[in-house]
Design a protein around this ligand. Structure first.
Ligand SMILES: [Zn+2]
Ligand SMILES: [Zn+2]
Length: 342
């Protein structure tokens, strides 16, 4: 079968590899139909390995058809359309027991540490799979995992529908977060970015206001777009070095800042100002399969998210030239989906 094999920095190629062994125990063998490409995939190619353990087949955002099942699998049959949450958790540790499966002490992700879905076939534990509703297309289902990560982020932010919420960064995960906040009923949803096209996408996804913040003071821009007191919630989705400090300063007294974007190095923060204003700082990682993935499928079923965020659908052979490289060079215009049936 064909698969995108990652072997280290700059080393990613589509190769002929053996098909996975027939599924054992609780494994399901999935014939992949679509797999979306994540910023993480291109970051691993550009300056990894960071999260991956090479050699590994990439692809943690995929959907497909059940080909065969292991002897202890219940709930899935050959022919079923499924989508993967991709996170593999043990179900037994302290974190799994309290429902925080994304923090499992032995957490692994298909497509990062174990072989994933940028391939014709992949073996996945049944616990990582969910049936796809008939009225969600294969294209749409390819976005279920990133949308689920956004559902988790917005849930972690605790934002209520009547609160003013700023999303900093409308590209990549930011677009999915805007869609998730809209689904949660947030009415005053302000998207900030430095790219006009991404802001246009944000507006189509339901942002009530969009602001181009290129070359302006971020704190002043956030206050001007919301209120002199600042918004109740700011979701930082850029990972830009100066962004967290600006969020902490711009948020309302007693407000909340959710950090989504990953920082490449330690940053200096004015903790005095943070403390005396009782600013709450929250973080988020991946998603909780049991809580977020079904909500994500519901968003995909009820919105035109795919049409708005997806730039193009390509074949697996074009993966590096048409997706990974342009994404690393920040030339990609939106989400890119690979059609494995081509
Ligand atoms: Zn991802
Ligand atoms: Zn666990």
């Amino acid at each position: 079968m064909k698969a995108a094999v990652y072997r280290g920095k700059g080393l990613l190629s589509v190769e002929d590899v053996p098909r996975p062994d027939p599924p054992v125990e609780d494994e399901v063998q999935v014939r992949v139909t679509r797999a979306a490409v994540c910023g993480t995939d291109s970051a691993e190619w550009d300056h990894g390995p960071l999260l991956t353990i090479p050699p590994v087949i990439l692809g943690h955002e995929f959907t497909g058809i059940v080909d065969s099942i292991g002897p202890s699998v219940t709930g899935f049959s050959p022919g079923d359309r499924v989508v993967a949450g991709a996170g593999v958790s043990c179900g037994e540790c302290e974190w799994c027991s309290s429902g925080r499966t994304n923090l499992c002490s032995s957490y692994q992700t298909l497509g990062l540490q174990i072989d994933g879905g940028l391939a014709d076939y992949v073996n996945a534990p049944a616990s990582t799979l969910m049936l796809v509703p008939d009225d969600v297309s294969d294209d749409e289902a390819a976005l279920a995992q990133p949308q689920s990560v956004a559902m988790h982020a917005v849930r972690r932010s605790g934002v209520a529908s009547e609160e003013m919420c700023v999303v900093l960064g409308a590209g990549g995960i930011g677009a999915f977060i805007i869609s998730a906040a809209r689904a949660r009923g947030v009415g005053q949803l302000i998207a900030l970015d430095i790219d006009a096209e991404r802001l246009e996408t944000a507006a189509r996804l339901g942002a009530s206001k969009t602001v181009d913040v290129s070359g302006v003071d971020l704190v002043e821009a956030i206050r001007a777009a919301t209120s002199p007191d600042g918004p109740h919630v700011i979701i930082e989705a850029t990972g830009a070095p100066h962004a967290p400090a600006a969020c902490f300063e711009a948020v309302r007294k007693g407000g909340r800042v959710l950090l989504v974007g990953l920082q490449g190095a330690p940053r200096e923060i004015d903790l005095f100002a943070l403390t005396v204003r009782e600013v709450e700082v929250t973080t988020t990682l991946a998603h909780v399969f049991a809580e977020d993935l079904a909500d994500s499928l519901e968003v995909l079923r009820t919105t035109d998210l795919f049409d708005v965020v997806v730039d193009k659908v390509i074949g697996l052979d074009q993966l590096v030239d048409e997706a990974i490289r342009p994404m690393a060079e920040r030339r990609a215009k939106g989400k890119i989906v690979v059609d494995l049936t081509r």
